[in-house]
Design a protein around this ligand. Structure first.
Ligand code: CP
Ligand code: NVA
Length: 299
């Protein structure tokens, strides 16, 4: 039997998504140290890229649930010396209960999953970052309740986070306004699959109009550091400023997956201001992923 993977939000149904969000909210409200559903179980975490939140949230989540997590860097394993992914997936999955990967190429995670006998979790690829959306949606539900029919504005790069927002809009049925500079639009296939829920804008102020939530992310993602200067020019008009927030609904929230660059994609006044929920959003990585681990490993 094939294990259940979480590589994209589209691997779960809308009702499973809502159940994970609600479970994350419950786990956050009531942490029972005696509840250890993953006692003795092991999560392997493979990181090709840096991480603060993802590593700590998965590691702490496993510890809370009575299990443990192994941090594996390709530099220190045979993965970095060219051992085939297929062989690595078979071997690692024969010894652990779940595997989390953060990689450059999305295909690294999909290939790994194909050969893994245990659930595989995508902890960010160049294409998608679905775990972050579990936390973002939990944060939205905590603050404002149901998101169906609401409007979210994505301002900035059409990157892995933007793609995951598009998939979330499909599942949870919210409207998504996307403002990206030319040349930095999201993946066409992902965009087209979302149909009329998603609208593209060529300026951030228009995209923000009527939004219940404004979201942005760095202009240069991990692996794009050499494009920083060129991107600073391209994204010059795409900083989330108080003026942009003022164009949204008065109760609009501001989110950012972090790490953030104040003065680039967001002004300090916004990220450190009263509408920003970025630290609740970061904390919710822990609660939402505990709900995800329970969903994948305890059903
Ligand atoms: N948001 C996020 O994934 O953070 P890290 O890169 O620190 O894991
Ligand atoms: N888009 C960013 C997200 C970091 C959590 C990146 O891929 O670097």
């Amino acid at each position: 039997m094939h294990p259940r993977h979480f590589i994209s939000l589209l691997d779960i149904t809308a009702s499973e998504f809502r159940a994970i969000i609600n479970r994350g909210i419950d786990l956050k409200a009531d942490r029972d140290p005696d509840y250890q559903p993953l006692k003795g179980r092991v999560l392997a975490m493979i990181f090709e890229k840096s991480s603060t939140r993802t590593r700590i949230s998965f590691e702490s989540g496993m510890a809370h649930f009575g299990g443990s997590a192994l941090f594996l860097s390709p530099r220190d394993t045979q993965l970095g010396r060219g051992e085939p992914l297929e062989d690595s997936a078979r071997v690692i999955s024969s010894m652990v209960d779940c595997i989390m990967l953060r990689t450059y190429h999305h295909e690294t995670v999909t290939t790994f999953a194909e050969y893994s006998s245990v659930p595989v979790i995508n902890a960010l690829t160049d294409l998608l970052h679905p775990c972050q959306l579990l936390a973002d949606m939990q944060t939205y539900f905590e603050e404002h309740g149901e998101i169906q029919g609401r409007t979210v504005a994505w301002i900035g790069d059409g990157n892995n986070m933007c793609h995951s927002y598009i998939n979330a809009a499909r599942l949870l049925d919210f409207k998504l306004h996307i403002a990206c500079p030319a040349g930095y639009l999201p993946n066409r296939e992902i965009l087209d699959a979302a149909g009329e829920r998603v609208t593209l804008f060529d300026n951030a102020l228009d995209a923000a109009k009527g939004a219940d939530l404004i979201v942005t992310d760095v202009w240069a993602s991990m692996g794009q550091e050499q494009e920083q200067k060129q991107r600073e020019l391209a994204f010059n008009n795409y900083q989330v400023t108080p003026q942009i927030m003022a164009n949204a609904r008065p109760w609009a929230l501001f989110m950012h997956c972090l790490p953030a660059h104040r003065g680039e994609e967001v002004s300090a006044a916004v990220i450190d201001g009263s509408q920003s929920v970025v630290f609740a959003e970061a904390e919710n990585r822990l609660h939402a992923q505990k709900a995800l681990l329970e969903f994948l490993l305890c059903e």
